[in-house]
Design a protein around this ligand. Structure first.
Ligand code: CO8
Length: 258
């Protein structure tokens, strides 16, 4: 397996793992880390032997944001043209479900990276925030758009305008994270969830992810139309026959991704 400088990767039981690994900077997202992260995530995404991806950090930090020191002296054109972080949008177009397993700080770009994932599982130590306002800027990896959609305008506005962090319990209450677990169990819970997803029909999983994505982006009438077509399309697959026959025959299904 390729050696990376700022991440550690692994594949087990149809799940791809990416661990952010810049402990000296609380996993701040610099160009090198983001380039490696996106490269590996896209490689996992293209591999149909991988049915789910887990992204995690350390006990202390998932990621404390984009690397402030790397951005500090840049100008408008540097940032607008992609600057130190080109290509990260590729991450948003992946079809494989991604789970963020978050312990410690998930701030700025770290919170935004977690929100780009399909599911966030939080350790009880997790802290989420968009503190860019304290630096004289605003969220830039999608936080001003995804946070209000995830937790509603009122709380998102308070977080983005004041920089207030929220803890794991408040994040769960607000709908930002799917579950809070003891820090010691975080990776195990993420693994179990990822392996569960990876055991399903890839075709159904991709379609379900597409439909969930449509719910974030389309008006209800269009989203419902999208779902109607995607649901009917599932009946063109062998996996639908297998899944429904297995139910009737009271046995586990054996999906072939066909
Ligand atoms: N960038 C660079 N270095 C960082 C960052 C960061 N975001 N966060 C922490 N570090 C470094 C610190 O500088 C320190 O390094 P050193 O030991 O060399 O001084 C080391 O990590 C440890 O950090 P602290 O000593 O500060 O640890 P504390 O436990 O005292 O504090 C905090 C932890 C509260 C997390 C604190 O480090 C902090 O406030 N960090 C910054 C959080 C922040 O403001 N994040 C938002 C960054 S801006 C952003 O993410 C915009 C994203 C959009 C980009 C879009 C581009 C297109």
């Amino acid at each position: 397996m390729t050696e990376y400088t700022s991440i550690v990767t692994d594949v087990q039981n149809r799940v791809g793992y990416i661990t952010l690994n810049r402990p000296e900077a609380l996993n701040a997202l610099n160009s090198e880390l983001l380039t490696e992260l996106v490269e590996v995530a896209l490689r996992f995404d293209a591999d149909t032997e991988i049915g789910a991806i887990v992204i995690t950090g350390s006990e202390r930090a998932f990621a404390a944001g984009a690397d402030i020191k790397q951005m500090a002296e840049l100008g408008f054109s540097d940032m607008y043209l992609g600057g130190p972080f080109p290509g990260w949008q590729g991450f948003e177009r992946m079809r494989t479900p991604v789970i963020a397993a978050v312990a410690g700080f998930a701030l700025g770009g770290g919170c935004e990276l977690a929100m780009m994932c399909d599911i966030i599982i939080a350790a009880d130590t997790a802290k989420f925030g968009q503190p860019e306002i304290n630096l004289g800027v605003i969220p830039g990896f999608g936080g001003s758009q995804r946070l209000p959609r995830a937790i509603g305008k009122a709380k998102a506005a308070e977080m983005v305008l004041t920089g207030r962090m929220i803890g794991a319990e408040e994040a769960e209450r607000s709908g930002l994270v799917s579950r809070v677990v003891p820090a010691a169990d975080l990776l195990d819970e993420a693994r179990k969830t990822a392996e569960t997803i990876a055991s399903k029909s890839l075709l159904a999983v991709y379609a379900a992810k597409d439909a969930l994505q449509a719910a974030q982006e389309m008006p209800l009438s269009e989203g419902l139309r999208f779902e109607r077509h995607a649901f009917a399309a599932a009946f063109a697959t062998e996996d639908q026959k297998e899944g429904m026959r297995a139910f009737a025959e009271k046995r586990e299904p054996h999906f072939k991704n066909r």
